[in-house]
Design a protein around this ligand. Structure first.
Ligand SMILES: Cc1ncc(COP(=O)(O)O)c(C=O)c1O
Length: 463
C-alpha cells in the first residue's frame, strides 16, 4: 500500500543526531546494552516508545497560554471535564500525572491482597501496580495473539471462555474488577472488537464485577473497529468510542498516548463511593483533584489533544505508517508481527534470531544490534520484561513472545524516515547470524527492563 502523505505541514523542526558505528559501540557498552540507559542525543531515530513523545499541534501549543494555574477549581480543569464528558461520556474523573498513577490510585482503593484481576493482557506498569497491591494479574489473550503470523482482525481480544472459567472457579469477591487494554500493547498493539468489549461487560456483570478499560490507545482501537468490525464499519469514530465506554464502569488513561500530550493521565469511575475514596487518596500522592499532579497548561494540552485525536486523517496516517513498515519488512522476509498494530511495528525476535536461546534474551540482543548498526532505538517486549522464575520450582517461565517494538511517536517522523528504518532492519536481517545473545549482569527487582544491565555472550562478535 502506498503510504498516505503526512496530514500536516511542518512549522517547527528539531535536529536529529547522526553518529558513527564506533561511537554507538562505545555508548552501548557504557549503557550496559540497555537502550533505556542511552542519552537521547546518542539516538538517531527514537522508536523506544510512543508515550509522551508525540508532537503537539499549533492549537495545543496555543492552549498552553490559557493554562489556569489556580490550585483549586482552575478553569482549565473545567474545560478538560467538558471534553472528557463529550468524548468518553464520563462525568466523574480526576487528572493524574500519568497512566500508572491512575492505576496505583484505582488499585489502592479497589484491590486487596490475594485478589485476582483478569485482563486481555496487562501492560507492565498495570501488572506491577497490581503485584505491589499484593494481587495477582492474570492475562487471558485469545490463542491467536500468540501466533505472530495470524491475521486475526482483533488479536487484542480477551478469551471469553477462559474469563468465564476464571470467574466460575474463583470464590465470590475474589475478583474486584476486570480490565481490557485498548489496544492490547503487549501483544503488538492489537485491537479489541466492540463485540468483545460488550461480551466482557455482560460476563463480568453476571458475576457483579465492574469492567475497567485501560484506554491509553482508545482512538487507535476505534479506528480498527471502524475499518474492520462488520457491524461498525465506517460508523463515526465518536460513536464507536462512546459505545465502547458505555460498557465501562471506569477507565485508566495515559494522556501521553491518545491524549496527544507529553504528560498526563486520567482516571474515571462511575461508582460514587470509589470516586470519593480516590479523591481523598490522591491528595497525598498526586495533588488536589482538579489538577492531579499536572500544571493547568497540561490540562489544556490534553483537552485539546482529545478533540484532535479522533480526526480520521490523523488515524489513517498514523496506522498507515505502521502498515507500510510491516509491508516493507514482510516483503524483505523479516519476521514481523501481523497484522500491523496501531502504534508500532513489532519484530518477532525468536523467528529473527532462531539460534539464540530464550535464556539469552533474543529480543534484547536484536534491539542492541539494531541500535549498533543503525542508531535506531527500539524496545524489547519479551523475556527481559516478563520472564519470571517460578517461586516453587525455581524454573524460568518465559512469555509467549519475544518481541522488539518500534513504537511510532505521533506526528514526529515522516514516512521517508520510517522507510529508511525498515530498510536498515532488512539489512540487519541479512546479517542476523552475527548477532549474539545477552547475559543479564544486573537485575533490579521491579520493572527490571528499565534499568537491568547486560553483556553480550560472545563479545568478539558484536564489534
Ligand atoms: C497499555 C498501557 N497501559 C498503561 C501504560 C502506563 O502509562 P504511563 O506511561 O503514562 O504511566 C502504558 C504506557 O506505555 C500502556 O501502554
Amino acid at each position: 500500500m502506498r503510504p498516505m502523505p503526512e496530514p500536516f505541514r511542518i512549522k517547527m523542526v528539531e535536529p536529529l543526531y547522526p553518529s558513527t558505528r564506533e561511537q554507538r559501540k562505545r555508548w552501548l557498552e557504557a549503557a550496559g546494552y540497555n537502550l533505556f540507559n542511552l542519552h537521547a542525543t546518542q539516538v538517531y531515530i527514537d522508536l523506544l516508545t510512543d508515550s509522551g513523545t508525540g508532537a503537539m499541534s499549533d492549537r495545543q501549543w496555543s492552549m498552553l497560554l490559557r493554562g489556569d494555574e489556580s490550585y483549586a477549581g482552575a478553569e482549565s480543569f473545567y474545560r478538560l471535564a467538558k471534553t472528557v464528558d463529550d468524548v468518553f461520556g464520563f462525568t466523574q474523573f480526576v487528572p493524574t500525572h500519568q497512566g500508572r498513577a491512575s492505576e496505583a490510585l484505582l488499585f489502592g482503593v479497589m484491590v486487596k491482597p490475594a485478589q485476582i484481576v483478569p485482563n486481555n493482557t496487562h501492560f507492565d506498569t498495570t501488572r506491577a501496580n497490581l503485584e505491589m497491591a499484593g494481587a495477582c494479574a492474570v492475562d487471558l489473550p485469545i490463542p491467536e495473539a500468540r501466533d505472530t503470523a495470524s491475521e486475526h482482525p482483533f488479536k487484542g481480544n480477551i478469551d471469553i471462555e477462559r474469563l468465564e472459567k476464571l470467574l466460575e472457579d474463583t470464590t465470590p469477591g475474589r475478583v474486584p474488577l476486570g480490565m481490557l487494554t485498548l489496544t492490547n500493547n503487549s501483544v503488538g498493539g492489537q485491537p479489541v472488537s466492540l463485540e468483545n468489549i460488550e461480551q466482557t461487560k455482560l460476563l463480568l456483570a453476571k458475576y457483579d464485577v465492574p469492567l475497567f478499560l485501560d484506554a491509553c490507545r482508545f482512538a487507535e482501537n476505534a479506528w480498527f473497529i471502524h475499518r474492520r468490525e462488520p457491524d461498525w464499519k465506517d460508523k463515526p469514530l465518536e460513536e464507536i468510542v462512546r459505545t465502547a465506554f458505555s460498557f465501562a464502569d471506569g477507565f485508566t488513561f495515559s494522556a501521553k498516548k491518545d491524549g496527544l500530550a507529553n504528560i498526563g493521565g486520567l482516571l474515571g469511575v462511575r461508582d460514587k463511593s470509589v470516586f470519593e475514596q480516590i479523591k481523598q487518596r490522591m491528595v497525598v500522592t498526586e495533588g488536589f483533584p482538579t489538577y492531579g499532579g499536572l500544571a493547568g497548561r497540561d490540562l489544556e494540552a490534553i483537552a485539546q489533544g482529545l478533540t484532535e485525536v479522533l480526526d480520521p486523517a490523523h488515524l489513517a496516517h498514523r496506522v498507515g505508517q505502521a502498515v507500510s513498515m510491516v509491508e516493507q519488512l514482510d516483503g524483505a522476509g523479516v519476521p514481523v508481527l501481523k497484522p500491523a498494530g496501531g502504534h508500532g511495528v513489532f519484530l518477532d525476535a525468536r523467528r529473527f534470531l532462531p539460534r539464540i536461546p530464550l535464556e539469552e534474551f533474543p529480543g534484547q540482543a536484536l534491539a542492541a544490534a539494531l541500535y549498533l548498526e543503525t542508531g535506531v532505538r527500539s524496545c524489547e517486549i519479551g523475556s527481559v520484561m516478563f520472564a519470571k522464575r517460578d517461586k516453587d520450582t525455581g524454573e524460568m517461565r518465559f512469555p509467549d513472545l519475544d518481541l522488539v517494538r518500534l513504537a511510532i511517536p505521533r506526528r514526529v517522523y515522516t514516512n521517508a524516515q520510517l522507510a529508511w528504518v525498515a530498510e536498515g532492519i532488512a539489512d540487519l536481517y541479512a546479517q542476523r547470524d552475527h548477532i549474539t545473545g545477552m547475559r543479564m549482569v544486573e537485575e533490579p527487582p521491579v520493572l527490571r527492563h528499565f534499568s537491568a544491565r547486560f553483556a553480550p555472550i560472545f563479545r568478539a562478535v558484536i564489534q
